[in-house]
Design a protein around this ligand. Structure first.
Ligand code: PDD
Length: 284
């Protein structure tokens, strides 16, 4: 696997990080994961836009988007990946002493990007839906920032794994469903698509956004009203979205069956894949 670390192209296994790097010490950094289809990054503009917003919200200055795009191009030209993913993270760098407050004067940000294969998801997750479990949301209050500090997500994902479920749906203190540990959440009631609004403590997913545009093109109504766990279990259809999984139907929640993938979910999954095909049909 190939990486580009601070502008240096090298095998991923050869990358080195200082033990004083603030990402390593404090989880003080941000990241992005984009999908590569036939070696081309899908929704790259949207991922880099979100990265810029994350950096700004973190008060991290000194990142240059044009330089980053050039580096990414060099990495892709060299690695020649097929399908897979592109991971990128930027931390607040490695000052000479460990202090909680931001380094002053600031030190250079540390940038890592690499391409990696993506293990295929079980096809039956798409044909019959996946199992999810609910878990309390113990994350911090700024989940719109795609921070590398992911312990709340890690605990929830591990809880799901131990129960044989694909994903954990995070529930806030008010009992409202928000999103998954690494996915956004959608539901369908009486033909109307629902998802948590961005005013809740969730990540503005690039796939979520694309699915919402597709829904609007297809004349599917969208409702952003909050939903309880109990109401989620009563929905006609439930699905999750993310760069790595596209649109994945949910078959059961906490062992209670929602059902086989429904018509709205299937329509959106097909339309999403058509959108990827359209992207691939445009010359690079
Ligand atoms: N996770 N919500 C959370 C908490 C996420 O971590 C992710 C993505 C999403 C979906 O966002 P997008 O559609 O832009 O991928 C929603 C990535 C894939 C990860 O952490 O690996």
């Amino acid at each position: 696997m190939w990486a580009m670390q601070d502008g240096n192209l090298m095998p991923l296994a050869d990358c080195k990080v200082s033990v004083l790097d603030r990402g390593y010490l404090f989880g003080d950094g941000v990241y992005e994961v984009a999908r590569l289809y036939r070696g081309r990054p899908y929704l790259l503009t949207e991922h880099l836009d979100r990265l810029e917003r994350s950096l700004e919200a973190m008060g991290m200055v000194g990142w240059n988007r044009r330089v980053c795009e050039t580096r990414l191009r060099q990495l892709l030209d060299h690695a020649k990946p097929d399908s897979g993913l592109f991971y990128m993270q930027i931390t607040r760098g490695a000052p000479s002493v460990r202090k909680h407050a931001f380094p002053s004067p600031a030190v250079d940000l540390a940038e890592l990007m690499y391409v990696a294969p993506l293990a295929p998801h079980p096809e039956e997750n798409y044909t019959h839906g996946c199992a999810v479990v609910t878990h309390e949301d113990i994350r911090w209050g700024r989940c719109h920032i795609k921070s590398i500090n992911l312990l709340g997500n890690v605990f929830a994902a591990q809880y799901a794994k131990q129960r044989g479920a694909y994903e954990a749906v995070l529930v806030n203190k008010a009992g409202r469903v928000l999103e998954g540990s690494h996915t956004n959440l959608f539901w369908v009631r009486n033909g109307v698509l629902g998802t948590a609004p961005l005013t809740e403590n969730i990540l503005p997913g690039t796939t979520r956004d694309r699915v919402l545009s597709i829904a609007s093109q297809q004349g599917i109504a969208v409702d952003y009203s909050p939903l309880s766990v109990e109401a989620l279990k009563e929905c006609d259809e439930v699905f999750i979205t993310a760069t790595t999984i596209e649109v994945m139907p949910v078959r059961s929640i906490d062992g209670e069956v929602v059902g086989e993938p429904g018509p709205v979910t299937n329509r959106l999954l097909r339309a999403y894949r058509d959108d990827v095909d359209r992207f691939l049909s445009i010359p690079a």
